[in-house]
Design a protein around this ligand. Structure first.
Ligand SMILES: Cc1cc2nc3c(=O)[nH]c(=O)nc-3n(C[C@H](O)[C@H](O)[C@H](O)COP(=O)(O)OP(=O)(O)OC[C@H]3O[C@@H](n4cnc5c(N)ncnc54)[C@H](O)[C@@H]3O)c2cc1C
Ligand code: FES
Length: 384
């Protein structure tokens, strides 16, 4: 979650988050259950064998990268974990994206007994609060943005008897609401500490405030009538880029400290092919100007030459010689391709994943990084 090189967006994320970053590794897991949530979404539960319990430990709010071959193409996509940590299984929820290849495949083809490559949990969309006792945590989600909120709400409410969680959840209609029964069950379990506010854009609700799209005016009214910002210790935002940006702007205008606002983007809205064509072939012609990449992964150092004219990213160059280099979205969103620059100077195009303190310590997203024009050699370390 986060952003610093800002790209064209200006989004920045706060430092913090209690989830330690470790390098993701794929393991093949068996699908234990595929459970329909709505007509357009499923919850997929993987069985985690005992020897992998350590690899699949996680903090509420983290996500998994899945890797599968769909229509003959290897694809990787990230999905947020939707249940509180429990050994033996791990669950994600996948909403079918209209025209989306992986999510359509997962919703129509994936079945119990199938085996899928699943990367160990990643991500820093996690609480940075030192204590949850007495804390008021707010989640604002739209559509599939509810997925990490399910794990976060469980976590906040179960870890302390004095914490409260308010959820503002936007959907088109009741039929689109993922986890509608689980949210009602959670409300039954914590009637006084969970506040649920469903906003439906294409369905009339009893309260006019809860009918329609969340725009600036509606959000400001919700913040003045239902969720008062001065009562909130930490905010989690997850949904389309425009909603996340709107919430951040409105909260900032209301004096909320950005350090208490955490956000996760599922997509930047820009098309990227997060899949098969990473590590695209690049030829080095004799006499051509090149730059050199040296990288360390799993303790092994590897070198590759890249023609300057190919303008390939550090990730692409590394993948040409080591297919096990970690990545998932290839769009600067998930943070899976993070590495530390040991030497050389790089330019990062987009960053929606690294925290400011990670940038200060020299980390970059290798899928978004290219050597600066005066840099002939870049050294990065994926292990630290
Ligand atoms: C950290 C993180 C967590 C996430 N968590 C979740 C989650 O919990 N649940 C969830 O459902 N999703 C989640 N996502 C999103 C998920 O990873 C996928 O991006 C999503 O499922 C769409 O993948 P797809 O392969 O189905 O769509 P794609 O095939 O990648 O297409 C995406 C969209 O682009 C459009 N498109 C594709 N190609 C083109 C083109 N050439 N021109 C124009 N438009 C095009 C498609 O119609 C579709 O709408 C998460 C993403 C990240 C980064
Ligand atoms: S692979 Fe997702 S940020 Fe680089």
């Amino acid at each position: 979650m986060a952003a610093t090189n800002l790209g064209s967006t200006g989004l920045r994320a706060p430092a913090g988050g209690s989830a330690p970053r470790s390098r993701g590794r794929f393991h093949t897991l068996e699908v234990a259950e595929v459970r329909p949530l709505t007509a357009e979404s499923v919850e997929v539960t993987f069985a985690v064998p005992e020897e992998l319990h350590g690899d699949f430990g996680y903090v509420a709010g983290q996500h998994l990268a899945l890797r599968a071959t769909v229509d003959g193409h290897e694809m990787r996509r990230s999905y947020s974990i939707c249940r509180p940590p429990a050994p033996g299984s791990i669950s994600v929820a996948i909403k079918r994206d209209l025209g989306g290849r992986f999510s359509t495949w997962a919703n129509s083809e994936l079945a119990p007994g199938d085996r899928v490559d699943v990367m160990s949990p990643q991500g820093t969309f996690t609480s940075a609060l030192e204590t949850i006792d007495g804390a008021h945590v707010v989640g604002i989600a739209a559509g599939s943005g509810i997925t990490p909120m399910m794990a976060l709400a469980h976590e906040v409410l179960s870890r302390s008897a004095t914490s409260t969680f308010s959820l503002l959840f936007s959907n088109r209609s009741t039929l689109d609401v993922m986890f509608i029964e689980e949210l009602a069950d959670l409300k039954d379990r914590y009637p006084a500490r969970l506040a649920l506010h469903h906003v439906l854009s294409r369905e009339q609700r009893a309260a006019p405030l809860m009918s329609g799209r969340i725009d600036q005016e509606r959000l400001e009214r919700i913040l003045s009538e239902l969720i008062r910002p001065d009562s909130v210790d930490e905010w989690f935002l997850c949904g389309p880029f425009e909603l996340v940006q709107l919430c951040r702007d409105v909260l900032e205008a209301q004096g909320v400290d950005a350090a208490h606002v955490r956000f996760e983007l599922f997509t930047t809205g820009k098309p990227v092919d997060a899949g098969g064509d990473r590590g695209r072939p690049v030829q080095v012609e004799a006499g051509e100007d090149t730059w050199t990449l040296d990288f360390t992964l799993d303790g092994q150092s590897t070198q590759v030459e890249s023609p300057i004219s190919a303008r390939e990213s550090i990730l692409n160059a590394a993948l040409r010689v080591r297919p096990d280099v970690p990545f998932a979205c290839a769009g600067g969103v998930c943070g899976t391709c993070r590495a530390k620059v040991v030497s050389g100077s790089v330019h990062m195009t987009e960053n929606y994943a690294l925290e400011p303190d990670e940038l200060d310590r020299g980390y970059v997203l290798t899928c978004q990084s290219h050597p600066k024009p005066d840099t002939a050699r870049v050294v990065v370390d994926y292990d630290v």
